[in-house]
Design a binder for this molecule. Structure first.
Ligand SMILES: [Fe+2]
Ligand SMILES: [Fe+2]
Length: 205
């Protein structure tokens, strides 16, 4: 299903909409936890701390949006409270795994260098996606007069993307080539996620 069509169906159904918000919240939360897990004394800067703090806040903010629709409907991230729970977790975990594999095989990285490079490239790919997805979602929320808003998140995600690009330039003069390999992998995983989301939404019809 095309993204806009999928989002309209979700926004127009409260049960689906709160589960989408909870699913996005989980993705932000997993992202935040991955940033914290990849932190190393050698590379943890103010930027890394800010980034982890903001992703945690996005998770909380999206969770709070649920209260505008069906308060208390999705108390945790248990599968019943999510859309496409397994594809959602698979998307992030597989992207991490494939990026680390690429950096190991192509650039011979290991240890702290590998962890930091994986953080930069995985985050870059996710931020490119977020910069596409959240504005489309916000546009539809406006059109459909929803009280839900993700405007605050959009501004911060744009900041993250700029920070990742600045760091990637320092990381390698060939960063654009490496980034395109990772966004190619991300795109396949994203398409898989959309297919799973679409089939769940259809099952509700
Ligand atoms: Fe975020
Ligand atoms: Fe972000």
């Amino acid at each position: 299903m095309e993204l806009e069509k999928l989002l309209i169906k979700v926004i127009c159904n409260d049960q689906l909409h709160v589960r989408l918000l909870n699913t996005l919240s989980l993705q932000e939360n997993i992202g935040a936890r991955k940033i914290s897990a990849s932190e190393q004394p050698e590379t943890t800067t103010q930027m890394v701390l800010k980034h982890a703090a903001e992703e945690h806040r996005h998770a909380f903010y999206l969770k709070k949006q649920i209260d505008k629709i069906l308060p208390g409907e999705c108390p945790t991230y248990q599968p019943d409270y999510l859309l496409a729970p397994y594809a959602t977790k698979y998307y992030l975990n597989k992207l991490d795994l494939e990026t680390s594999r690429y950096l190991k095989n192509v650039l011979n990285l290991q240890g702290a260098d590998l962890k930091f490079a994986a953080y930069l490239l995985v985050t870059y790919a996710i931020e490119v996606r977020a910069d596409e997805l959240y504005p489309v979602y916000q546009g539809l929320l406006n059109e459909l007069d929803s009280r839900v808003s993700v405007r605050n998140i959009i501004v911060e995600e744009q900041g993250h993307l700029e920070e990742m690009i600045a760091q990637l330039r320092v990381f390698s003069p060939d960063w654009e080539h490496h980034a395109s390999q990772i966004t190619f992998i991300e795109n396949q995983l994203y398409q898989n996620w959309i297919i799973e989301l679409s089939s769940e939404v259809r099952a509700y019809e």
